[in-house]
Design a protein around this ligand. Structure first.
Ligand SMILES: Cc1ncc(COP(=O)(O)O)c(C=O)c1O
Length: 385
C-alpha cells in the first residue's frame, strides 16, 4: 500500500478554526454539558416559510434532475435584477453564476484568477476561508491589518503600501466578518481608484449586506471603471437564514464566469435543483422577515456590547453582520481566553488568530443567539473573568 500522503496543496491548508470550535462545543453538549455557542456564523432563525414552500412545490413538480451548470435561468434572472435594482450594478444574467454557497463562489474565483506568483491583498482580520482559498490557488496573501482604534476600517494609504506589480486581487468584505465594520463610501472609492490605477481585480463579498444597522451598504462594482474588474459575491445563508441550503452566487465579467463555470461543471455540477427554486422565492417574495431578523440582530448587538463593555472588553460597536471582535489582552491571549471560557463557563467563542496572526489578543463573539442566551453567557463570562 502506498504511504498515506495528501498533496502539498492540501497539507498547506488548516482546518477551519470556527468549525473546529463549533465541533468541540457540540462534543461537550453531547456529553450533557450546557454549552452556549457564540462561535458559529449562522443565523439561529428558521428559513421563512414561503421559501421552504417553494422548495417543496419544486420537489412535488418533479424538479429532481440536473439543471444548467450556471443555475436555472429564472434564478440567474432574479439575481441580475436584484443586483441592478438594489446594488446599482450593470449586470445581465450571463454575468451571473449560481453556486452551492457563497464559499464555493469564492473558491472558484480564486482558482479562476490566481496562480503562483500572484499576490492577493487581504484586509485583516479576515474571514477564515479567504486565505485557505488563496493558498489553494498557489497565490500569496499580503495582509493589511486594521486596528481597533480605527473601528477595523482600513486606511487607503495602508492598502496602497501593499499594492505592487504582482497584486492580482483584493478581497473586500463589508459588512465584515469578524469585526462587523462597514466601510464608508470614500474608503471604497479609494480602493476602486487603486484597483483602476494598478490594474487589479476586487472580490467584493457582500453576504452581510442586509444585516446592517443604520449605515448604507455600497457595492464597489457600481463605481466607474469597476464593472470590468469586480467580482461581486453574495448568497442566501445570512439574509434568509439558509445556511444549510447551500446557495450563493457571483456576478462578474463573462470571461470570469466562464472560467468559474468550468470548475463548477467538473466538480459539483450545479446547486441542488429545488434549492434554486427556493432562491427565486427568496429574492422575489416578501422581504419582511429579512427586516425582522435584522432588527432582532440589532437588539442582540446592543445587549451584548453593553455587557462586554461592562466587563471591560474593548470593542467598537459593530455596524453590521452579527459579530463583535473584542480585545481580551488583560485576561490573556484570545486562545487562552477562549479555552478558559469554554472549559469553565461553557461559553464557546472563536480566538482572534483564526482571522489573522496579528490578532492573538482578540476573540470573535457571534450574537446569532437569543437575548436570553447572550445574557446568560455574559453572566458566566463575568463569573470566570
Ligand atoms: C464573510 C463570509 N463570506 C462567505 C461565507 C459563506 O457563506 P455560504 O454559506 O453562502 O457559503 C461566510 C459564512 O460564514 C462568511 O462569513
Amino acid at each position: 500500500m502506498s504511504a498515506p500522503r495528501v498533496s502539498a496543496r492540501v497539507s498547506g491548508i488548516e482546518e477551519s478554526a470556527t468549525i473546529r470550535i463549533a465541533n468541540l462545543a457540540r462534543k461537550l453538549r453531547a456529553e450533557g454539558k450546557d454549552v452556549i455557542s457564540l462561535s458559529l456564523g449562522e443565523p439561529d432563525f428558521d428559513t421563512p416559510a414561503h421559501i421552504k414552500r417553494a422548495a417543496w412545490e419544486s420537489l412535488q413538480q418533479g424538479e429532481t434532475h440536473y439543471t444548467q451548470s450556471a443555475g436555472i435561468p429564472e434564478l440567474r434572472n432574479a439575481i441580475a435584477k436584484k443586483l441592478r435594482e438594489e446594488n446599482g450594478l450593470d449586470v445581465v444574467p450571463e454575468q451571473v453564476i449560481v453556486t452551492p454557497g457563497a464559499k464555493y463562489a469564492i473558491f472558484e474565483v480564486a482558482c479562476t484568477l490566481l496562480e503562483e506568483g500572484d499576490e492577493v491583498v487581504l484586509i485583516g482580520p479576515a474571514w477564515v476561508s479567504y486565505e485557505a482559498c488563496i493558498r489553494f490557488s498557489g497565490a500569496r496573501t499580503t495582509w493589511v491589518n486594521t486596528s481597533l482604534e480605527n473601528g477595523f476600517v482600513p486606511e487607503p494609504e495602508q492598502i496602497a503600501e501593499q499594492v505592487g506589480s504582482s497584486t492580482r486581487l483584493l478581497i473586500l468584505n463589508s459588512p465584515c466578518n469578524p469585526t462587523g465594520a462597514v466601510y464608508p463610501k470614500d474608503v471604497l472609492r479609494a480602493v476602486a481608484d487603486l484597483a483602476c490605477d494598478h490594474d487589479f481585480f476586487v472580490l467584493s463579498d457582500e453576504i452581510y449586506e442586509k444585516i446592517i444597522y443604520g449605515g448604507e451598504h455600497v457595492s464597489i462594482g457600481a463605481f466607474e471603471g469597476m464593472q470590468e474588474r469586480t467580482i461581486t459575491v453574495n448568497g442566501f445563508s445570512k439574509a434568509y437564514a439558509m445556511t444549510g441550503w447551500r446557495l450563493g452566487y457571483a456576478a462578474a465579467p463573462e470571461w470570469i464566469i466562464r472560467g468559474m463555470l468550468k470548475i463548477q461543471s467538473h466538480s459539483v455540477s450545479h446547486p441542488t435543483s429545488f434549492v434554486q427554486r427556493a432562491g427565486v422565492a427568496a429574492l422575489s417574495g416578501d422581504q419582511s422577515e429579512v427586516e425582522h431578523m435584522r432588527a432582532q440582530f440589532e437588539r442582540r448587538r446592543d445587549v451584548l456590547i453593553e455587557g462586554l463593555w461592562r466587563l471591560g472588553m474593548e470593542c467598537p460597536k459593530p455596524e453590521g453582520a452579527f459579530y463583535v471582535f473584542a480585545h481580551v489582552g488583560r485576561w490573556g491571549t484570545g486562545d487562552e481566553v477562549a479555552e478558559r471560557l469554554l472549559n469553565e463557563a461553557l461559553v464557546a467563542l472563536t480566538p482572534g488568530t483564526a482571522f489573522g496572526s496579528a490578532y492573538r489578543d482578540y476573540v470573535r463573539i457571534s450574537y446569532a443567539a437569543s437575548i436570553e442566551q447572550l445574557q446568560e453567557a455574559l453572566k458566566r463570562m463575568e463569573a470566570v473573568l
